[in-house]
Design a protein around this ligand. Structure first.
Ligand SMILES: [Fe+2]
Length: 590
């Protein structure tokens, strides 16, 4: 009989729904629901992700020892009630439209688990920011660390800090709703015409096109008016500039007057004013977090910092943390926003509540579904797809590197799917960063995305220092594309397709023990081109989740201009299968 302890963590009904499974404290499976349902940022109950986690270990739902949920729904509902009563009657419409989802699902997690999954186990609920803190600290390489969590909002909390020691977490202070850096960032995201809880990273990508000088960017001074920030980083927003606390829109009319224009329409051309606003927001966000981090360091005296919450995906700022603060080491879990809290609650139950020693450090993001060679072959045969089979890995690597060097766009589908929002070499689109036209090619052939958004480079860990001005030693979060660093000037013109307008790159580093095939491919491309770097972008069409199955990958290739799909040990050429072609451009969403 299996004496292992299994703990399942669940996150859903607000942002990206997910499930994660711990076996004796080790994360053995984790995935977001969107990958299975094909709805980007799917918030619904993660039945598919749960089934995947259980199947991966060959266990049944009632073999689980504990099940945990990433927040306390009744406490959150209390906040929603207060928030709407406070603004009544302005809030009436939003409140009434929100009620069914609370009564039908958000307050009925235990019942849904029982009904949909036939789960007889009780569910443990922990506070949202504790789940964030645990999702980072308890799987970090640190025995002790300062902790900072920042997001839009949990139950009441929007920002909190504290410290972790061994298996315990102590949160010391918090900032509460409606004051929130995350919601400020989302408000400006909405103001610039992008979708909230989805496109904040686009605003971050837009910011270097704006004026990054605090003295001469007029919107920096203006945006500073919407909040009061103290020296310790504690802050309050002036709520007259916002309406998110009672309305289904975020910026108020007063904010539009302040920023000298109406809310932008979806897809509107970004002018210099928009770019300067994005730059001002990024500068202010960085300024506040730096103040908070300096204060947290003073209070905790730790050399180590772990960060979680949606704001921890601000890779532009993450790359500056060790330079701007006294912290010496940093850790961020790749799925640092709400999707990652399923890991947090499961780890908190296993270590903090049950008292088990920590025996696991997160060092591998490949936690999702995988497909065997025979699964892939069966799919190809059943779908009457023309393909060839590589003799061995060496041939696969050599052929793929050559195809990339000849400016082909490659769909790369290998092993277990990545955990978190970034493709990390399991479900990636790869191409040549030395080709000055490649950004345009990728945009027109595959991604159909905004011109201002950069593509990201992947480099083997030991080569990073040659091309990037990165922290030394290289922090672990760089493995998960969580830090942006300046590219050394002499390489800007050599790798133009991954050099952003400000000379930076959001790099991913890879170690051979994490993904040997991917690592060998980068090295082989280096042998051919002299540059051991590839463009790595997520394997999806804009608006779709990253592909999960062989079918998703093939469908994506045939709807776009991806030239070859390298799937397991098979190579599939788009041109050989044109009978399955379709046009994804009309389908691309935000
Ligand atoms: Fe959150």
């Amino acid at each position: 009989m299996d004496k292992s302890t299994y703990v399942l963590g669940i996150s859903c009904f607000y942002h990206d729904a997910s499930a994660a499974l711990l076996k004796d404290g080790v994360i053995v499976a984790a995935a977001e629901e969107e990958r299975f349902t094909r709805k980007k940022h799917d918030t619904s109950f993660p039945a598919n992700a749960i089934k995947y986690c259980l199947k991966s270990q060959n266990i049944k739902i009632n073999d689980l020892d504990y099940v945990g949920f990433y927040e306390k729904p009744f406490l959150k509902f209390e906040r929603v009630l207060y928030q709407h009563l406070d603004s009544f009657p302005k809030s009436y419409k939003t409140f009434v439209s929100a009620l069914p989802s609370w009564f039908n699902e958000k307050l009925r997690v235990t019942k849904i688990m029982k009904k949909k999954m036939k789960c007889k186990k009780p569910i443990l609920f922990i506070e949202h920011h504790l789940a964030h803190a645990a999702s980072s600290f308890l799987v970090s390489p640190f025995k002790e660390a300062a902790i900072l969590t920042i997001d839009g909002v949990g139950e009441w909390t929007t920002t909190t800090y504290g410290f972790g020691k061994d298996k315990d977490i102590t949160l010391l202070k918090e900032i509460r709703f409606p004051h929130s850096i995350g919601l400020l960032y989302s408000t400006i995201t909405a103001y610039l015409g992008f979708s909230v809880n989805n496109s904040e990273y686009k605003v971050m990508g837009l910011s270097p096109y704006g004026n990054m000088n605090k003295k001469t960017n007029p919107y920096y001074r203006k945006l500073k008016k919407v909040m009061d920030v103290k020296d310790d980083g504690s802050y309050k927003l002036d709520m007259s500039y916002f309406v998110y606390h009672y309305y289904d829109r975020m910026p108020s009319k007063k904010l539009c007057v302040l920023l000298e224009g109406p809310i932008s329409k979806r897809g509107e051309e970004m002018t210099q004013r928009h770019k300067d606003i994005a730059a001002a927001l990024q500068m202010i966000t960085e300024e506040i977090i730096t103040k908070i981090l300096n204060h947290v360091h003073n209070e905790t005296k730790s050399k180590n910092i772990v960060i979680a919450g949606g704001v921890a995906l601000n890779s532009v700022y993450n790359g500056k943390i060790l330079k701007n603060t006294p912290f010496k080491k940093i850790w961020i879990q790749p799925n640092s926003s709400d999707g990652g809290t399923s890991i947090g609650v499961a780890s908190y139950i296993y270590h903090t509540l049950l008292g088990n020693e920590r025996n696991y450090v997160f060092n591998n993001a490949y936690l999702g579904p995988e497909f065997s060679t025979s699964d892939v072959k069966k799919f190809l045969e059943d779908s009457e797809i023309k393909y060839s089979e590589f003799k061995n890995e060496k041939e696969l690597v050599k052929t793929t590197a050559k195809l990339i060097s000849e400016s082909n766009v490659i769909g790369w589908f290998q092993g277990r799917m990545e955990w978190g929002p970034r493709a990390l070499g399991a479900r990636s689109i790869l191409s040549d960063p030395t080709n000055p036209k490649m950004q345009e090619v990728l945009n027109s052939k595959v991604k159909h995305r905004e011109k201002f958004r950069p593509f990201a480079p992947v480099v083997c860990a030991e080569d990073a220092g040659k091309y990037f001005e990165c922290d030394k030693p290289l922090p672990d979060p760089v493995d998960y594309m969580l830090m942006v660093y300046p590219i050394k000037k002499k390489w800007h013109s050599v790798i133009p397709a991954v050099t952003h307008v400000d000379g930076s790159g959001r790099l991913q580093t890879i170690k051979r023990n994490q993904n040997s095939l991917y690592y060998d491919l980068i090295k082989e491309f280096g042998k051919i081109s002299g540059i051991p770097i590839l463009i790595n972008t997520s394997f999806n069409i804009r608006g779709e989740p990253i592909v999960c199955t062989p079918y998703d990958a093939y469908k994506c290739m045939m709807g776009t201009g991806i030239d070859y799909l390298i799937m397991d040990k098979f190579i599939i050429k788009r041109e050989d299968n044109l009978k399955h072609a379709w046009d994804s451009e009309k389908y691309a969403k935000d």
